[in-house]
Ligand binder design. Structure first.
Ligand code: ZN
Length: 138
């Protein structure tokens, strides 16, 4: 069995953003040489997510609005976590959007359903953060 590990680095200049990382994961898969197996992609920070959905800007706006309703960024004083930090909303948003995705690898390709793409969801940016890509198979 082959095993491959890589960290993808991000430094998003805004507090929040969604980034399509599918091409970067596909590049990892090519590097790994795995033809049949599994890819795990997870955010290594508790204020960022990795999730799968459609690459459609209207939907991304809808996600942003929906997340702001569930866990508004402000006022910062509404959260007990915000003592020396102001990112309580980012922890909650991360929990809603998820930590990781697992994608099957078939015939050397990510075995997606229709319109599926992998996204990095940043909820407390303006600093360097990482995503782990782990690929196992043969
Ligand atoms: Zn925090």
């Amino acid at each position: 069995m082959k095993s491959y590990r890589k960290e993808l680095w991000f430094n998003i200049p805004r507090r929040r953003a969604f980034v399509n990382i599918t091409p970067r994961v596909e590049e990892c898969l090519r590097e790994s040489g795995v033809r049949e197996g599994l890819v795990l992609v997870n955010a290594m920070h508790i204020t960022a997510s990795v999730f799968i959905n459609d690459d459609e800007s209207g939907l991304h706006g809808d996600f942003e609005e929906w997340l702001e309703k569930l866990a508004p960024e402000k006022p910062y004083s509404r959260y007990r976590h915000n003592t020396f930090e102001d990112n309580a909303d980012a922890h909650l948003k991360r929990s809603i959007m998820g930590r990781e995705v697992v994608v099957a690898v078939t015939d050397g390709k990510l075995d997606f359903g229709p319109w599926e793409q992998i996204f990095y969801g940043e909820f407390d940016g303006r600093r360097r953060k990482r995503v782990l890509v782990k690929i196992i198979g043969e």
